[in-house]
Design a protein. Structure first.
Length: 124
């Protein structure tokens, strides 16, 4: 965030530029899916889809891994989220190539969302 943006944020809320709210980003979507143990697909128009299997701690993407940062740093409202049906979950689970570790996407989503800020509610 540049100095002018920080000054604008500071005028409304002096602490705003220091913190971020996970629910405002992909991180919040992933956290909810994990907490509820719901298999979901998270899509971003023009980029692709990520399918999350929380009970297996795996995720699958249908786009190039080097585009992950671009996928992770969008506001939550830009994603389309849908629950996966049993057939879709079974097909993913039966793949020879396992999915990627879900912790990996949690870290990437947190890094993209935070942009150097602390999680809201975290104090020194």
């Amino acid at each position: 965030m540049d100095t002018a943006s920080r000054a604008d944020a500071s005028a409304a809320d002096p602490e705003a530029w220091r913190y971020f709210e996970p629910d405002d980003y992909l991180l919040g979507i992933v956290q909810r899916a994990v907490a509820k143990e719901q298999a979901v697909a998270v899509g971003l128009k023009g980029l692709g889809e990520m399918r999350i299997l929380p009970t297996r701690s795996e995720y699958f993407i249908d786009f190039a891994p080097e585009r992950m940062l671009k996928f992770c740093n969008r506001p939550a409202g830009e994603y389309e989220v849908r629950r996966l049906g049993k057939l879709e979950v079974d097909e993913l689970a039966a793949r020879e190539q396992p999915g990627r570790n879900l912790d990996e996407v949690m870290w990437q989503a947190a890094q993209a969302a935070s942009q150097g800020k602390l999680v809201k509610g975290c104090r020194r």
